[in-house]
Design a protein. Structure first.
Length: 179
């Protein structure tokens, strides 16, 4: 039995949830999100909470029970408050510029890197070395942050690269001279 799936999800004020033929639609102050549950689970909505239950008639529905509960909880939190991740650029000459739907990264290559920002994501560049990624969809924010970080992962010798905020890079000792 799923420990996460058993928990009910409280619906904050101002959030509207609809379930229609396995499609969950959550609408809030920041916008709306949809999720197709593929009828693996059944969803029961009361006045101020949502309960996700496994569908015993469908094989492997217990494997999706906790997953869909977590996804629905993230959707409710996303349309109510939103999510954000912060990336830090470490290295001499590493900087980010731009705004709108495109940012330009200078990461020590011979050319700048242009990154197209997907719909539903807002990127704010603070003092050229911090990239703040905001939006409603938690999975999309994490994917965008991972795609940007992939351009220059932190290396263990000098610590240069793109890091998540608060990430600790373990440093290695470099070459030592023969004495």
């Amino acid at each position: 039995m799923s420990k996460i799936g058993k928990k009910t999800i409280e619906i904050p004020a101002g959030i509207k949830i609809e379930v229609n033929e396995g499609i969950v639609k959550v609408t809030g102050t920041k916008g709306s999100l949809e999720l197709d549950t593929k009828k693996n689970v059944s969803i029961e909505i009361t006045e101020n909470e949502v309960k996700v239950m496994e569908n015993a008639r469908i094989e492997n529905s217990s494997a999706y029970w906790g997953l869909y509960r977590a996804l629905i909880a993230n959707m409710i939190n996303g349309v109510n408050e939103g999510f954000e991740k912060v990336l830090e650029l470490h290295g001499v000459g590493y900087r980010a510029n731009g705004g709108g739907r495109k940012i330009t990264l200078s990461l020590g290559f011979s050319h700048p890197i242009d990154f197209e920002v997907p719909e539903g994501i807002e990127i704010i560049i603070e003092d050229q070395t911090k990239i703040r990624i905001k939006g409603m969809d938690k999975a999309l924010i994490g994917q965008v942050a991972a795609n940007i970080r992939k351009f220059r992962k932190p290396e263990p010798y000098k610590g240069k690269g793109i890091r998540y905020e608060g990430e600790v890079v373990r440093r290695k000792v470099g070459k030592t001279g023969v004495a």
